[in-house]
Structure formats: C-alpha cells, structure tokens
Design a protein around this ligand. Structure first.
Ligand code: CMC
Length: 392
C-alpha cells in the first residue's frame, strides 16, 4: 500500500489538475479561464461568467442568448417541491432548506442518477442554474409570511431574483438597476475559487458517480460552515455585537489575538491561500462604498468594519500571521444594503458559487477522474480479544 503522509486540511495536497480557475495567493491573483476577476467583475454579466466557467469560453451573442433562453424556460419549480418546502418550520435556516431541496431535485429528475443517460446532464445544469434562485427566495417569502413570487421571465437573471425576493402582490415593484448591478458583481466574485472546501466536496461526492444534484447539495452543506461561506453571516453578527458593545474595535482585536483561549476569531479575516490580500475583498470594499452611497444608505456597521480592518492590519498578531480581510468581510454589508436578510447571505454565496461547482463537477467527469478515497494512519488499539458484556 506504500508510504502514507498525513496532510491535515490538505494544506499541501493537490487533488486534481484543473483548467478552470487560476489563483496565486502570494500575488493576490484570481482568474477564471484566464480572465482576471477585476475585469470580469467590471464588464461581464453573471450569466456570461457562468457560461465561461462551465463551457470554457466566453459566449458569442447567439450562444449567450441561447443559454439565457434555456435558463428562462426552466425557472419554474415543480409544485410538489413546494409541498416539501411547506413542511419546513418557518424559522428553518435557508441553507438547510436549499441543500434539502437541491437534493430532492435528484428524486424529481431520476435520469440524473442514471449514468447511462449522460445526454441529460446539460439539462440538469440548466435546471440548477434556473431553479436555484427560485428556491432561494421561498425561504425569505415564508419568513415574511408573504406568498411566493413566480419567476418573471422577461427580466434578466439578477433582476428576476430581486423580483422573486421583493415584489409584493399589492404594489408595483421596479428593480433598481443599482441593486441589480451590485448583485451581478457579487455573484461574479463568488463564482469559483478552485479547490476550496465546498468545491472539493462536490468533486469528491461526484467522484463516486453520485448525480449532479446530490453533489451540489453536498457542496451547499460544506459552504454553510462558518469557516467557509457561513463566515459572511458571522461577520455581520460580529459587527452588530461590536456596535451594541459601544464600537470598541480594539477590544475585539485583542480577543481575536487570544483566539486559542477566547475561542473568538475575527470572521472575514484570514485565508488558506491568500497571504497578502484577497483580490475579491479589494473589489468588494470599494463596491460597498459605491453601493451604499448610490442607495443613500448610511450603515454604521460599515464604519465599524473599516475601523476593525484598520486596527487589525496594524496589529503584530495579524501582520505576522498574514491575516487580511477576505471576500466575506464586506460582502454582507452590501447584501444588507440591498435588503437581503442576514440569514440569506450564505445562500447568496451559494447562488454565486453554483456555476463554479457545476464546472468543476463537469470537468471531473469529463477527465474521468477516479473515485476520491484518501488514506489514513491508524492510531487506535492493536488486536484484542472480545470481552463478554457481563465481564466488562
Ligand atoms: N482570527 C484570529 N486568528 C486567526 C484567524 C482569525 N480570523 N484566522 C487565522 N488565525 C490564526 C490562527 O489561530 C493561527 O494562529 P497560530 O499560528 O498561532 O496557531 C494562524 O492564524 C493560522 O490560521 P489557521 O486556522 O491555521 O489557517 P487555515 O488556513 O487553516 O484557516 C481560515 C483559514 C479562513 C479557515 C481561517 O483564517 C479562519 O478561520 N478565518 C475566519 C473565518 C472566515 O472568515 N472564513 C472565510 C474564508 S474566505 C471565503 C470562504 O472560504 O468562504
């Protein structure tokens, strides 16, 4: 069986070759299929980026129109899925609901688990892209006691999501282009990040030939954790706590320095790969300023975030460990300004990451990668004899 080396957390283990996303943690570089994240976030639509990630090239006009059209024709969700949804308690966390319903999709589309029907994969990809926003908005509507909105297919992808979230049957709802543009940018920034925890989960689950819905559902569960995508919710809750506590950022920096004893980490700080800065955080910080100004929102939490960043960046503990704000540090502040509630932040991350998960699942299948099956070094008892219960 050969020599086994342990690499806890896979800090130095490459699990696959991939042509999707390039990331240089020292230089703070992130590129999807060769295009810089800065340029994509500025110039592209989220669906263009999704197409790029999934199919490898930017779409031509007709490829784009076709992709968008396909997605539009699949935005409705089977009404029987609504019955499953209605069984959830009103305070169910939207991430638990999302992962369950995506998993349930495999039962609604049984050809997804028939590996002899690979032709249907394209349709499953479209279904996931089309239905995830619809499902995501249900939890919010239920939490408000409002009826769900059916998709409005003359709207673009981001505007349709906003419509399903915020339109009410009693008054006309017009999507604010500032809001829809900001959402487009955030989704692009989240769209892929090579072999992170949730993506590795999607690939590992998919490597057993599990269907695409189950694989993506597993990715959603992995993303939910507070050390991964769940950090965006934790950040806002932390900033709120600091505000309620008088805004003393230095106190929280001190607590985080003693993370080992206090158990408190600065959420939205630190990254496994980025050691000088997270290029996504740079873009988001600027976007937070722009969006809040354009929407005329004055959120005191933004000032606390900036103060906290400033204090941490001048602190030896954070400097020596090369801990910088990551993508989750400022994203919640923008989501909040867009009217999205805190417990939906990680759902927003999932909507953004979906094309990345799909692209990575597809690449893994096309490259015919073997089943993922790490080894271990056994540390338990050596052989011993069974002791009857009466003698234990
Ligand atoms: N606050 C205080 N100390 C920290 C923090 C933090 N946020 N992050 C890392 N450290 C310390 C850690 O205690 C350790 O110190 P020491 O060397 O004395 O043992 C050192 O920095 C290295 O940390 P690590 O936990 O070994 O690093 P890692 O690569 O295993 O973890 C991380 C990376 C992102 C999980 C971690 O930095 C963290 O927990 N950050 C807070 C949660 C967060 O913001 N997550 C979002 C990540 S980015 C987007 C995403 O993935 O969703």
């Amino acid at each position: 069986t050969g020599y086994i080396t342990i690499d806890s957390g896979y800090k130095n283990t490459g699990a696959t070759k991939s042509a999707i996303t390039f990331l240089d943690g020292e230089e703070g570089i992130l590129r999807y299929r060769g295009y810089s994240i800065e340029e994509l976030a500025e110039k592209a639509t989220f669906l263009e980026v999704a197409y790029l990630l999934i199919y490898g090239e930017l779409p031509t006009q007709s490829q784009y129109e076709n992709f968008e059209h396909e997605i539009r024709t699949h935005t409705l969700v089977n009404e029987d899925m609504r019955k499953i949804f209605e069984g959830f308690p009103v305070n169910a966390h939207p991430m638990g609901v999302l992962s369950s319903l995506v998993s349930a999709m495999s039962a609604f589309y049984p050809d997804s688990y028939d590996d002899k029907a690979p032709d249907s994969t394209e349709t499953h990809i479209i279904r996931l892209m089309a239905k995830l926003p619809t499902i995501a908005t249900w939890s919010f509507k239920k939490s408000q006691g409002h009826p769900v909105n059916y998709p409005k297919n003359d709207l673009d992808y981001c505007s349709n999501f906003l419509h399903m979230m915020f339109a009410l049957p009693v008054e006309e709802y017009k999507v604010d282009p500032v809001v829809s543009k900001a959402l487009n940018k955030l989704l692009i920034l989240h769209a892929d990040h090579e072999q992170n925890c949730s993506t590795s989960t999607v690939r590992l689950v998919g490597s057993s030939k599990a269907n695409i819905y189950s694989s993506i559902s597993a990715g959603i569960c992995a993303l939910w954790g507070p050390l991964h995508g769940g950090a965006n919710q934790e950040v806002i809750e932390m900033l709120e706590d600091i505000k309620a506590d008088g805004g003393d950022v230095a106190k929280y920096v001190d607590m985080a320095k003693n993370a080992k004893t206090s158990g408190f980490r600065l959420f939205g700080f630190g990254h496994r790969v980025y050691k000088n800065f997270d290029p996504r955080a740079k873009i988001i910080k600027k976007a937070a300023d722009d969006v809040l100004a354009k929407l005329g929102v004055n959120d005191p939490v933004l000032e606390i975030a900036k103060g906290l960043e400033e204090a941490a960046l001048h602190d030896e503990y954070f400097v020596s460990r090369r801990l910088y704000p990551n993508v989750d540090f400022y994203s919640g502040i923008i989501y909040r300004a867009l009217g999205i509630p805190t417990n939906m932040f990680t759902v927003m991350f999932a909507l953004g990451r979906l094309p990345g998960w799909i692209a990575q699942w597809k690449e893994m299948r096309e490259n015919k990668e073997p089943i993922g099956r790490p080894r271990q070094i056994y540390t338990g008892a050596t052989l011993r004899s069974f002791v009857p219960m009466s003698e234990r």
